[in-house]
Design a protein around this ligand. Structure first.
Ligand code: UD1
Length: 436
C-alpha cells in the first residue's frame, strides 16, 4: 500500500498533460468485448482500474496486446465464456458493463455484483430493468443470489426504455445491450456525460448505429455484426483535468493544462471565473491563475448530471471553497453519502458543517499539514489538493486508491513544482479496495 508525503505551500507553475478518460475507457473496453473482430484503442490511461478491467477481459478469453504509449490491440474473437467471475469484478464499479456486453455476445451473462466507492446506495436496478424490457430474465432483485447476477435472454429485442433516474452506468449498459438487439431501442432520460458520447462514437466507428448520444434521447438500431477493425482514441479525462485546474488555483499558481476538451470543463470554469480566477483557454488547453492580492469569492456549487457540475469533482471543489473569503455551499445531489472525507479536511483546519446533502464551508482557512487518509479515489485527490495548499507536511495514507484514477499523479505534480513523494506505507490496514 502507498502513502504520499507532501510538503505544502509551493506555488505550482508549468504544464500538465491530461491522460485518457477513466470512465470512457472502461465502457469502451467492455464494448470491445462485443466486437466480431479486433480493434486498437489509443490514449488508454495507465491506472489501476484499467489494469483490472484488462485482466478481467483476458480471463474471459480476449487477447490483449500492448503496443506501447497507451495503445492496446484488443481481439475479442476467442471469448469463450459468459461468466465474469474474476475477483476483481467486485473491486471496480465499471465491471457492470460486462453484463451488457456478455448478454449481447452470448444472450447470457453471469457476474458478481460490481464494487464501488462507498458514497451511498449504489443500486443497478435501472440496468436490470432495462435488460428486462429487452427480453432478459433473472433481472429482479430476488434473482440475485450469493452476490451473483445471472441473466439470460432467448432473444434481445429493441425496447422503449425510460430511465427513472439519470444514470451514467445504466445509459451505457443499455446502449451496449441494444447495439446488436433485434430492432430499435430508445433510451429516454439518458445521461449525457462526455464518456457516454465517447462509448457511442467507439461503437459507431466499429459498425454500430447509435444516434443521439449526448442528448437525453438515444436511439440504437440493432445491427447483426460489429466488424471492428479500426483504431479509436479515448477522450481526455474531464475529472483529472478539473483536479489540476483546482491544484493551480489552491496554490495561487500558474499551470496550463493541456490535452483537454475545454467544453467539458465549462461547469468548473464558470464557477472558477465567478470566484475571481483567471481562465485562459485555447483549442485543447486551459491556463488557471489569480491576480496578486485578489481573494477568491465564496460561491455555491450543486452537483448534477452533465452538463451540471460533476459529483466526481465535488471533494476537490470543496477544498477550493475552503480558500474563498466567506460562506460557500456545496450541494451533493447525486450521491447520498459523499461527504465522508470532511472530517479529514477538518483535521487540516477546514471549517465545514454538513447538513445532510449540503456542506457549509467557512473560508478562508490556512490548511495545516496533517496525517489524513484517502477514503476513496476523489476524496484522496481532495487530500492531495489540501496538502499542496497547506503549511507543513501532509501524509496521505491509502493513496493507492488515488492511483485507481490518476495516471502518474506524483510525477505530474512534481513537474510543476510540487514537493510530493511516494513513501512506503507499512502500517496501514486497508479496509476496502472499492472504486467509483
Ligand atoms: C458513474 C461513475 C461515477 C460517478 C457517477 C455519477 C463510472 C465507472 N462511475 O457511476 O464516477 O460518480 O457516474 O456521475 O463511470 N441509480 C439508481 N439505479 C441504478 C443506477 C443508478 O437509482 O440502477 C442512481 C444512483 O443511486 C445515483 C444516480 O442514479 O444516485 C447516479 O448514478 P449513476 O450515474 O448510475 O452512477 P454510476 O454509473 O454508478
Amino acid at each position: 500500500m502507498t502513502s504520499y508525503r507532501i510538503v505544502g505551500g509551493k506555488r505550482l507553475q508549468g504544464d500538465i498533460s491530461i491522460s485518457g478518460s477513466k470512465n470512457a475507457v472502461l465502457g469502451i473496453l467492455a464494448a470491445a468485448m462485443m466486437l466480431d473482430g479486433p480493434c486498437k484503442i489509443e490514449n488508454v490511461p495507465d491506472i489501476v482500474d484499467v489494469q483490472a478491467m484488462l485482466e478481467i477481459c483476458e480471463t474471459i478469453g480476449a487477447k490483449i496486446t500492448p503496443c506501447g504509449e497507451g495503445t492496446y490491440e484488443i481481439d475479442p474473437t476467442n471469448i469463450n465464456t459468459y461468466e465474469a467471475t474474476h475477483p476483481k469484478v467486485k473491486n471496480i464499479r465499471a465491471s457492470y458493463y460486462l453484463l451488457g456486453a456478455l448478454l449481447t455476445r452470448f444472450r447470457k451473462a453471469t457476474m458478481y455484483m460490481p464494487g464501488g466507492c462507498n458514497f451511498g446506495t449504489r443500486p443497478i436496478d435501472l440496468h436490470l430493468k432495462g435488460f428486462r424490457k429487452m427480453g432478459a430474465q433473472g433481472t429482479r432483485a430476488t434473482d440475485i443470489r450469493d452476490g451473483i447476477i445471472r441473466i439470460v435472454a432467448e432473444e434481445l429485442k429493441g425496447a422503449h426504455i425510460f430511465l427513472d433516474v439519470v444514470s451514467v452506468g445504466a445509459t451505457i449498459n443499455l446502449m451496449l445491450a441494444a447495439t446488436k438487439a433485434n430492432g430499435t431501442t430508445v433510451i429516454e432520460n439518458a445521461a449525457k456525460e462526455p464518456h457516454i458520447v465517447d462509448v457511442a462514437n467507439f461503437l459507431n466507428a466499429m459498425g454500430a448505429d447509435i444516434k443521439g448520444a449526448g442528448t437525453d434521447t438515444i436511439r440504437v438500431r440493432g445491427v447483426p455484426v460489429l466488424p471492428g477493425g479500426y483504431t479509436y482514441s479515448v477522450i481526455p479525462d474531464q475529472i483529472e483535468a478539473g483536479t489540476y485546474m483546482i491544484a493551480s488555483a489552491v496554490t495561487r499558481g500558474d499551470v496550463t493544462i493541456h490535452n483537454l476538451i475545454p467544453k467539458h470543463m465549462e461547469p468548473l470554469t464558470v464557477k472558477m471565473l465567478e470566484m475571481g480566477f483567471n481562465i485562459e483557454q485555447g483549442d485543447d488547453w486551459i491556463r488557471v491563475t489569480i491576480d496578486d492580492g485578489v481573494e477568491p469569492e465564496p460561491t455555491n456549487f450543486k452537483t448534477r448530471p452533465y452538463p451540471g457540475f460533476p459529483t466526481d469533482l465535488q471533494p476537490q471543489a470543496t477544498v477550493l471553497l475552503c480558500q474563498a473569503n466567506g460562506l460557500s455551499r456545496m450541494h451533493e445531489n447525486v450521491w447520498d453519502n459523499r461527504f465522508q472525507y470532511i472530517p479529514e479536511l477538518q483535521s487540516m483546519g477546514a471549517s465545514i458543517t454538513v447538513m445532510e446533502r449540503i456542506a457549509l464551508i467557512n473560508g478562508p482557512v490556512s490548511f495545516c499539514g496533517a496525517r489524513v487518509s484517502a477514503l476513496d479515489l476523489r476524496a484522496g485527490a481532495a487530500m492531495v489538493l489540501a496538502g499542496l495548499a497547506a503549511d507543513g507536511v501532509t501524509t496521505i495514507t491509502c493513496a493507492n486508491r488515488i492511483e485507481r484514477g490518476y495516471e502518474k499523479i506524483v510525477e505530474k505534480l512534481r513537474a510543476v513544482g510540487a514537493e510530493i513523494d511516494h513513501i512506503p506505507d507499512d502500517e496501514e490496514h486497508i479496509v476496502s479496495d472499492g472504486d467509483e
